[in-house]
Design a protein around this ligand. Structure first.
Ligand SMILES: C[S@@+](CC[C@H](N)C(=O)[O-])C[C@H]1O[C@@H](n2cnc3c(N)ncnc32)[C@H](O)[C@@H]1O
Length: 218
């Protein structure tokens, strides 16, 4: 088992408390900020879901959707599954896999939206490019990538605040999960080069959190 999987398995039961300690409810607000745009979605793919808190909210907000969740940590998946009844679980497929090996026969179908919350921040530029290139063919026509993540604020004390928090977080995840990436990549230009257009954006929490709705215009 990889250091990353072991690390996230270990963190899974306390993840919610670490998040609340560091950010209160701000990350959940960012995750949900533009979900009203996705009300009509029928097929949703979530990359690196974590412990299922967002999945639970998304399931309630988009009740007619079928979900596919790609997540490497069995412990995170176990916590996520526990949030649903057995009849609700019929609408969710969990794929326990590393994203780099996920393009197996396990991943079938065409999606209205791909969601990544606080997930692409773990990868370097070339890896993010590879993830977007690999997964965007799974979008139905001109559909969406819902991107939620940290951002480096541009100016003043907010820039200082985001730099300090990012350093602390990258140090923590390197220690706990063996994360190699140490710098946050802003994937905006990658989305654009790969045929996505930003159609809505929300920035919160001292300009440190961003929620972006990209549309595939290829
Ligand atoms: C930083 S957490 C974010 C969790 C959640 N999306 C959130 O909003 O808090 C990253 C999640 O992605 C999963 N993950 C990390 N690397 C992965 C990979 N290579 N393939 C699939 N999942 C991965 C971890 O197990 C963890 O649950």
């Amino acid at each position: 088992m990889s250091t990353s999987i072991k690390g996230y398995n270990r963190l899974a039961p306390v993840y919610v408390w670490l998040e609340r300690l560091a950010f209160g409810n701000a990350l959940m607000k960012a995750r949900l900020a533009l979900m009203s745009e996705l009300k009509e979605a029928k097929q949703i793919l979530i990359l690196g879901e974590g412990d299922g808190r967002f999945l639970r909210r998304a399931f309630d907000l988009v009740p007619r959707a079928q979900f596919v969740v790609l997540e490497q940590s069995p412990k995170m998946i176990e916590l996520a599954k526990n949030r649903f009844s057995s009849s609700e679980l019929r609408h969710i497929d969990f794929i326990t896999a590393d994203i780099s090996t996920a393009l197996s026969p396990n991943l079938k179908g065409q999606f209205d939206v791909i969601i990544s919350c606080f997930f692409l921040d773990m990868f370097e530029t070339a890896e993010i490019r590879n993830i977007i290139e690999t997964f965007s063919p799974y979008l139905k026509g001109t559909k969406y990538w819902y991107y939620v993540d940290f951002r480096q604020a541009d100016k003043g004390w907010q820039a200082f605040h985001s730099r300090v928090y990012l350093r602390l977080m990258y140090w923590f995840f390197a220690w706990q999960t063996g994360l190699k990436t140490q710098d946050l990549v802003n994937p905006h230009s990658l989305f654009e080069v790969l045929g996505f257009k930003l159609i809505k954006r929300n920035v919160t929490h001292f300009s440190f959190l961003t929620t972006c709705l990209y549309q595939n215009v290829n």
